[in-house]
Design a protein. Structure first.
Length: 275
C-alpha cells in the first residue's frame, strides 16, 4: 500500500520509526521499495554522488525532474519526496510554488523538501496552500555550505540550539508535515522530536528522532570521496562491484565470457552457405 503523509504521521503517533533512503534511478528505487522503506528521497545529494560535483549547489530543476521521474516509476509503496534544488525556492514565493508544482506534475513525487527554517516560512505556507506536502530540512543545510563556511554540526551553542528549536517550530506552524534534522547534537534532536507533533527524520542527529534517512551510496560504501561521522556502512557493495568488474575483465580477456549459455545459436548449414 502506498505510504502517504497520513501513514508517516501515524508512524510518529504509534512510535513506529520511519525509514527513508535516497534513490536517484528506477532500479535502485525498485530495490529500496521492495525492501519496505517508508519513503524515498530524491535528494539533491545526487549532485555529489551521481554527478560528481563537490557540493549540491549546481543541481538544477531539470536534473531533479529527470531523476524524480525515474524514481517515481520504481517506487510502488514508498512515499517519494523530491528535493527542491538551490535557487528554485529562495528567489521568491512564486518560484517556490511553480517549481514544487513541477516536481509533483512532471516528476511524479508526492512531496517536496526544501532547506531552511523561519526564513522559508512564506515558501512553505504557499506550497502547502497549493496542496503540495512539504518536508522541511534544518540544521546542516548543504545548500548553505558557503554561508556556514563548510559542512559542520549545527546547534551546539545555546543560541544556535534555541534558533534550531525556533526553526523547527516555525516550519511546523507553516504546515510542513515532516522535518529533516541534519548534523544536530543527539540530545537536541531528541528534545525537538519530543516537542513537535510532526515527525523528525534524522541524519547525523541520533536515535531520538522519529525516523532516519541515509544516502544509499554512503550506507552501501559505494561513495568513497569522504565518510561523514554519522554514516554506517551496512554492506561493502563498492568492493563487491569492484570484484565483479575485475572478474568481468579477466573472463573477457581469457575468452571464458561469454560462454555457450550466453550465446544465440544458428544452424551450421547457414554458416556453411556463406561466401
Ligand atoms: O539531498 C539529500 O540527500 C538530503 C539528505 C541527506 C537528507 O537532503
Amino acid at each position: 500500500m502506498k505510504n502517504t503523509v497520513l501513514t508517516i504521521q501515524k508512524q510518529k503517533n504509534e512510535h513506529d520509526k520511519i525509514t527513508m533512503l535516497t534513490a536517484y534511478d528506477y532500479s535502485m528505487a525498485k530495490l529500496i521499495d521492495a525492501a519496505g522503506v517508508n519513503s524515498i528521497l530524491v535528494g539533491d545529494s545526487l549532485g555529489m554522488v551521481m554527478l560528481g560535483y563537490k557540493d549540491t549547489l549546481s543541481v538544477t530543476m531539470e536534473d531533479m525532474i529527470h531523476h524524480t521521474k525515474a524514481v517515481s516509476r520504481g517506487a510502488e509503496n514508498a512515499l517519494v519526496v523530491a528535493d527542491m534544488p538551490f535557487m528554485s525556492y529562495q528567489t521568491s514565493v512564486y518560484d517556490a510554488v511553480q517549481n514544487a508544482g513541477r516536481l509533483i506534475k512532471e516528476g511524479g513525487a508526492q512531496a517536496v523538501k526544501l532547506e531552511g527554517g523561519a526564513s522559508v516560512v512564506p515558501q512553505i505556507k504557499a506550497i502547502v496552500e497549493a496542496s503540495i506536502p512539504v518536508v522541511a530540512h534544518i540544521g546542516l543545510t548543504p545548500q548553505s555550505v558557503n554561508a556556514f563556511g563548510g559542512f559542520r554540526v549545527q546547534g551546539k551553542s545555546e543560541a544556535e540550539a534555541q534558533k534550531l528549536y525556533d526553526d523547527a517550530r516555525a516550519v511546523e506552524a507553516a504546515g510542513a508535515f515532516c522535518v529533516v534534522l541534519e548534523c544536530v547534537p543527539a540530545a537536541l534532536a531528541e528534545f525537538i522530536s519530543s516537542r513537535l507533533s510532526i515527525p523528525t527524520i534524522g541524519i547525523g542527529a541520533g536515535a531520538g528522532c522519529d525516523g532516519q534517512v541515509l544516502v544509499y551510496q554512503d550506507m552501501l560504501k559505494m561513495f568513497s570521496d569522504f565518510k561523514p561521522k554519522f554514516v554506517k556502512h551496512f554492506a561493502d557493495i563498492g568492493q563487491e562491484m569492484k570484484n565483479a568488474f575485475t572478474a568481468y575483465i579477466e573472463e573477457v580477456k581469457a575468452g571464458t565470457f561469454p560462454a555457450k549459455e550466453h550465446c544465440f545459436a544458428i544452424s551450421d548449414d547457414i554458416i556453411n552457405k556463406l561466401y
